[in-house]
Design a protein around this ligand. Structure first.
Ligand code: HEC
Ligand code: HEC
Ligand code: HEC
Ligand code: HEC
Ligand code: HEC
Ligand code: HEC
Ligand code: HEC
Length: 262
């Protein structure tokens, strides 16, 4: 009897240990295996992160606290190389041979989004939609909104941002406000209505019709009438989008009308 109790106790301890191991293996201690992707510079060979550290000591050291540092990428033939830097910059042997410098064979992802697309195919698909930020035509780059070397991937280089939506403010101040009557939806971020990368809908909207607004504004049906915000909207919703002329055209906020009419 006593022995069974002990076995039970030890089993519990063992199970606890296993659970702990699992918990910890999910934190930054373990790195996520990722395939090296396309060979972006065909004539060059990989040299590994150590090979970059010799000259870019600071970048390599700072990189430890970035999101992409969680990737674990070994050589295409399984070599013991850490290809994290070269996943974005392409194999670096030619750059290293000439002792580095500008205008050498090394990929600059801000000029070539393909470097990011090789792993972020879903984002690439967005930028192939009809309505998108002008990244594919080279007028903007991922780095207007992302900082792959930074602690916060969402803060563009050189600017300390407090939240993701601040990146929109830099270029779209008119929509960001402040307004006398702010649309509280903005507090959940621009991305609650816009896909920052692109969409099949105009203005990169995540939904093209009234459903965009109905995601947050529930309708209450009372004996055949549809009520929203204390008003009957029974016929209105059928007339067009909620932000069509005459309705809530000041969708981001208004300085004159608390129902965001204009
Ligand atoms: C022998 C020294 C050396 C090594 C090793 C080295 N670099 Fe460089 N790299 C340089 C120098 C010098 C520059 C120019 C810096 C400048 O002008 O501020 C440079 C510039 C760069 C640039 C910018 C190029 C441009 O056109 O603006 C990138 C990207 C880069 N290195 C990536 C890497 C990567 C990735 C590795 C490892 C695979 C690496 N470097 C290894 C010396 C080196
Ligand atoms: C997720 C993609 C990505 C990874 C991984 C990455 N870089 Fe970069 N790197 C970039 C981008 C994008 C730029 C251009 C930055 C800009 O537009 O300001 C850049 C610029 C550079 C430059 C030139 C500009 C500068 O700041 O001097 C060097 C050097 C460089 N990277 C080295 C490295 C090294 C070394 C590593 C590995 C520790 C690394 N990078 C990992 C995306 C990446
Ligand atoms: C070798 C593959 C690879 C390349 C190349 C790459 N990424 Fe990533 N990226 C990843 C992985 C894997 C994650 C997920 C990391 C995680 O969730 O821990 C990620 C995460 C991100 C995230 C954050 C997603 C989130 O969870 O919030 C952003 C933003 C991002 N990458 C942008 C870029 C940009 C910009 C480039 C090009 C400069 C780039 N990536 C290049 C593999 C890659
Ligand atoms: C106009 C600003 C902007 C540009 C340009 C941009 N992004 Fe983003 N990206 C964002 C914002 C904001 C989010 C957060 C979205 C969210 O939380 O819903 C994001 C999220 C992401 C994510 C993680 C979540 C997801 O949607 O998959 C990845 C990966 C990413 N971006 C990669 C890229 C790459 C690669 C490029 C360039 C080809 C790029 N982004 C260009 C603003 C931008
Ligand atoms: C670096 C500047 C820059 C940043 C940052 C930026 N945008 Fe833009 N945005 C632009 C430019 C330029 C256009 C116009 C594109 C065109 O004319 O095709 C645009 C267009 C748009 C449009 C469509 C406008 C229209 O009339 O069709 C929307 C919506 C938009 N951006 C939302 C956002 C959101 C949301 C963010 C933050 C995630 C953001 N933008 C961040 C530069 C920026
Ligand atoms: C509640 C949903 C919603 C939120 C949140 C939202 N937008 Fe919009 N946005 C819209 C709609 C709807 C349109 C289309 C208006 C039209 O066609 O008249 C639009 C249009 C735009 C345009 C195109 C120019 C214009 O005013 O028509 C830009 C740029 C834009 N939004 C940026 C932003 C930015 C930046 C944020 C965050 C600060 C943001 N939006 C938050 C719904 C939203
Ligand atoms: C992310 C959630 C969210 C989305 C999406 C959203 N709203 Fe809102 N909206 C709110 C919140 C929160 C309030 C403030 C509380 C309230 O009045 O319900 C608000 C308030 C309003 C008001 C003021 C209410 C009044 O007193 O008259 C109007 C008008 C409005 N929204 C219209 C829209 C329209 C039009 C859309 C679609 C383009 C939309 N909303 C999409 C969250 C959202």
């Amino acid at each position: 009897m006593k022995r069974a109790k002990w076995i039970f106790l030890w089993l519990c301890v063992g199970l606890y240990g296993i659970i702990l191991t699992f918990l910890f293996s999910c934190t930054t201690q373990n790195r996520m295996p990722v395939s090296p992707g396309a060979q972006l510079i065909s004539e060059a060979d990989y040299v590994g992160r150590e090979g970059c550290a010799a000259c870019h000591e600071e970048i390599v050291a700072d990189f430890n606290s970035t999101l992409h540092n969680r990737m674990q990428i070994s050589g295409p033939e399984g070599q013991e190389l850490d290809l994290t830097c070269e996943a974005c910059h392409g194999p670096g042997s030619l750059h290293v041979e000439v002792r580095g410098g500008r205008d050498t064979p090394i990929i600059l992802p801000d000029e070539n989004p393909e470097a990011c697309y090789q792993c972020h195919r879903d984002v690439q698909a967005r930028f192939f939609q009809e309505y998108r930020h002008p990244v594919p035509i080279g007028k903007m780059s991922c780095m207007n909104c992302h900082d792959p070397h930074g602690k916060d991937i969402y803060s563009p280089v050189g600017v300390k941002m407090f939240n993701r939506e601040d990146v929109c403010y830099q270029c779209h101040q008119e929509q960001t406000g402040p307004y006398v009557f702010e649309h509280e939806a903005l507090r959940e971020g621009c991305t609650s209505c816009h896909n920052p990368h692109g969409s099949i809908n105009e203005k990169y909207l995540v939904q093209r019709d009234s459903n965009l607004c109905l995601r947050c504004h529930g309708q209450i049906a009372v004996s055949g009438t549809v009520v929203m915000g204390d008003f009957s909207h029974t016929t209105r919703v059928a007339e067009g989008t909620c932000w069509s002329a005459g309705c809530h055209t000041a969708v981001h906020g208004s300085n004159i009308n608390d129902h965001l009419r204009y």
